[in-house]
Write a protein that binds this ligand. Structure first.
Ligand code: GLC
Length: 799
């Protein structure tokens, strides 16, 4: 063994004093006496990138996380050379770099410290693998809170916790178990009402310690690679998240059916069983858009094959299901069975597409089919080949979506649960070991899948689902939180996991409703459905060993409750689709934790349960058996009880009733919530009218409604309809103005406005400044008004 006693003794190494300073446009370089270079790039006036090299050498600059669509550019930048420090000033922040030790402190323009180095950058040489363990420590203040970090089964506020990012197959994980299936090394800090973010873009196993080891220190480090992090200044959490999301990207709009209800199980087979499930949905009139085929549809778990005994004619089956509104989603795993008669295996062998160990042999691991080899998805040629493999399934058979599982990659019967660390990867021309590629392996697999599905589904939109993810995977795929358990604690976890993912830039996310392992009772299943209809991705999935988990598996009462809530999801589709549009357009998370919604209210900083679905519906799940209600916190502002229109003032915690057939659901005053009629699947009916639930407010509120053809790409050519409603309520009047953008003609002609909480009786109605006979607008006794969809201003005048 080679040792270097001198360096071993030195342990952590630190930058020395700055001896050189250089500026190249938006990049500034500081070089220290002992060979450290700090490169600061001013990406925007509130977004920086900081990279550190040791021994004067940066690694080649390459990242899978960063989106090619990110919009960058800064307005103004100056550097002052002072006796003790350099000060970089942008339009929003100041960066102080200490000349003696390279420590960095970032402040706002008033001098308020946003983030300051404790030890700052330091490193340890890694004798075993070469390179460094790179470390950063920051001062943590009392009262500072931490959020984000993707998928962590922990309290929304991570203060006092240490987490690890190493994507891992964690069957039946527990609360606070680390690490899980995803690596999203991005956190949001909140101090004195001001928010900032840090994204440590390093794909090695990384750790974040949020004032856990030492109360006044927050640190992050990785087993290799570079200290390379982005800093985002808020001051609003929304600005931090939107900037991170812009940097790492957003998906395209999914087909609207992907936002419907999905039913899955490990596994529905043979064909007869799949059909029976589908027809039961229709018979019981429970809406459903997609049905999933888990691994048993394959021939001996060989990807891209079909078990002909169970599925003699998949194309016909898919067509028949499709004619009844069901889209079929199939699973594809990364492990390719070692079988020289299997065409996928042979092709990969011929082209050298499988990963190899350090000394040359192929990497082998056991998964469902037995011994497998694994394509190196970090090689662009492999991705192209993999994308092409989907042709038959998608273009010829009509499968509408694909589900990539086990892509951590998960390996059975080995303690590490994954590939050996010496496995080699191309890393898009930057060859490396699995230590560096592990966290992006699943991401690159699903990227290849996405490219294939997109190509072969065209002119329709692709739908792809992944289990493993690194920052940026949201560009390609929806995701779910893996193998959870049918317990009340997991219902709590599902709620915090979804919120956390959404404020970590990854909104298209859902849990296995009801729990994957073990079986829920009817009450737990109903409560989970009530929560999960408010999750962007809404799918029941369970392991086959624990009994049935269809909406009708728990008796008539529960079936009725489940139907009622799935119907509500279908009614809310235009609201949900508008949320998705906002996410795609400007990175607005589809779910917002209360702290995100109102960071200035310190009551929100440690709340876990309540969240905003979009920006106008407040949801709080029931998470205990036998509950008839619960206590919940209402954020500041006024809220209407969705179920009975009772109006409540926020800023307080109160008891709210919610028997088994209900969930606490509140609407922000002033909101206009768009709804469609209940459909059994997306596109079942031509939408004859748009319902708008209007919640009176004294004051002004904006609501949006985004619509398009619900699939396809015409919306990118301007064929969309974006309605912006400006509601203004006064003592005895309500004015609604409509501003319209886009040239998609919605199929309906009229709106049905349902007025909630109106403090006056309508005596007169003016449409676009003309008085109209209340009869012609069908002013009904139940506060419902029908008007043509093209009005510019609707004026309701009270007595
Ligand atoms: C993994 C997945 C699960 C799937 C099973 C069989 O456990 O997480 O969703 O059903 O594999 O494919």
């Amino acid at each position: 063994m080679i040792t270097n006693t001198e360096i071993e003794k030195r342990g952590n190494q630190f930058p020395d004093k700055i001896v050189d300073f250089k500026r190249e446009n938006d990049k500034i370089y500081f070089t220290t006496n002992n060979g450290v270079i700090l490169e600061i790039t001013i990406l925007r006036d509130s977004m920086l990138r900081l990279r550190y090299a040791t021994e004067y050498v940066f690694e080649p600059d390459f990242s899978y996380a960063i989106s090619s669509d990110v919009s960058l550019g800064y307005n103004e930048l100056s550097v002052a050379d002072q006796s003790q420090e350099y000060i970089i000033t942008t339009n929003k922040i100041k960066v102080h770099v200490n000349k003696g030790d390279l420590k960095v402190e970032i402040t706002d323009l008033e001098g308020q410290v946003l983030l300051g180095d404790e030890l700052g950058f330091h490193w340890e040489e890694n004798f075993e693998f070469g390179g460094n363990v790179v470390k950063m420590s920051k001062i943590s203040h009392s009262g500072e809170s931490y959020y984000g970090m993707g998928d962590k089964a922990s309290h929304t506020n991570l203060k006092g916790k240490r987490v690890n990012n190493w994507v891992t197959d964690t069957y039946a994980y527990g609360k606070d178990q680390e690490p899980l299936y995803k690596a999203i090394p991005f956190y949001i800090g909140l101090k004195d009402g001001i928010s900032y973010g840090v994204f440590f873009d390093n794909s090695f196993s990384s750790y974040f310690d949020f004032a856990s080891e030492r109360r006044n220190v927050t640190s992050f480090w990785a087993d290799g690679g570079e200290m390379n992090y982005y800093f985002f200044y808020g001051p609003k959490m929304a600005q931090v998240v939107e900037a991170y999301t812009d940097l790492t990207g957003v998906p395209e709009l999914p087909p609207l059916w992907a936002l419907g209800f999905h039913q899955s199980k490990w596994s529905y087979y043979p064909e007869r069983q799949v059909k029976k499930i589908a027809s039961t949905f229709r018979k019981l009139r429970i809406p459903c858009d997609a049905i999933y085929l888990d691994i048993d549809y394959m021939d001996g778990f060989r990807c891209f094959t079909w078990n002909k005994k169970h599925f003699p004619d998949p194309k016909r089956m898919v067509e028949e299901l499709e004619s009844d509104g069901f889209k079929v989603v199939t699973m594809i795993d990364p492990g390719i069975k070692i079988d020289r008669d299997y065409w996928v295996y042979r092709q990969a062998m011929e082209h050298g597409y499988f990963c190899r160990r350090a000394d040359g042999p192929h990497f082998k691991g056991r998964v469902w089919p037995g011994d497998c080899k694994f394509p190196d998805f970090t090689n662009p040629k492999v991705r192209e080949w993999w994308a092409g493999l989907y042709k038959e399934m998608i273009a010829d058979m009509g499968v509408r979506g694909v589900w990539n599982d086990m892509n951590e990659p998960a390996i059975m019967e080995v303690p590490s649960k994954t590939a050996n660390l010496d496995v080699r990867h191309d890393f898009d021309g930057h060859p490396c070991s699995h230590r560096k590629a592990h966290n992006v392996y699943g991401m690159q697999m699903v990227r290849a899948t996405y490219e294939g599905i997109k190509k072969f589904t065209f002119p329709l939109r692709p739908f792809v689902l992944t289990r493993a993810a690194y920052s940026g995977t949201q560009r390609y795929s929806a995701t779910w939180t893996g193998d959870n358990v049918a317990t009340w604690e997991h219902l709590w976890l599902a709620n915090v996991q979804m919120q956390r993912m959404c404020i970590s830039g990854y909104s298209f996310v859902g849990s296995d409703i009801g729990g994957f392992a073990e079986q829920p009772n009817g009450e737990l299943f109903a409560r989970w459905i009530q929560l999960a209809i408010f999750h962007p991705f809404c799918r029941v999935h369970s392991s086959g060993d624990h009994g049935d988990q269809e909406p009708w598996s728990f008796g008539e009462e529960i079936t009725g409750i489940v139907r009622k809530f799935i119907e509500l999801r279908y009614q809310l589709l235009p609201y949900l689709y508008t949320m998705f549009h906002k996410y795609v357009k400007s990175g607005v998370p589809m779910l917002q934790s209360l702290v995100f919604y109102d960071q200035e209210d310190s009551q929100t900083h440690f709340r876990t349960d309540e969240f905003l679905f979009g920006e106008q519906l407040l949801v709080c799940p029931i998470q205990e058996p036998n509950a008839q209600g619960r206590r919940m916190y209402f954020p500041r502002g006024n809220w209407y009880n969705y179920w009975n229109d009772e109006k409540l003032e926020g800023g307080v915690e109160r008891w709210v009733p919610a028997d088994i057939d209900s969930i606490p659901l509140y609407v922000r005053e002033g909101a206009m919530i768009p709804k469609y009629p209940v459909q059994q699947y997306v596109g079942e009916k031509e939408i004859g009218e748009l319902y708008l639930d209007v919640y009176y407010k004294e004051g002004t509120e904006i609501s949006l409604v985004y619509e398009d053809q619900q699939d396809g790409y015409d919306y990118k050519k301007g064929r969309y309809s974006l309605r912006r409603f400006r509601l203004k309520g006064k003592d005895n009047a309500l004015i609604i103005q409509q501003f319209k953008d886009g040239n998609y003609i919605t199929p309906y002609d009229r709106f049905i406005l349902k007025l909630h909480g109106l403090p006056f009786t309508v005596a007169a109605v003016h449409l676009d400044n003309e008085p109209v006979d209340p009869q012609t607008v069908k002013l009904n006794g139940d506060n419902t008004i029908e008007v043509g969809k093209d009005f510019t201003e609707l004026h309701l005048i009270g007595t």
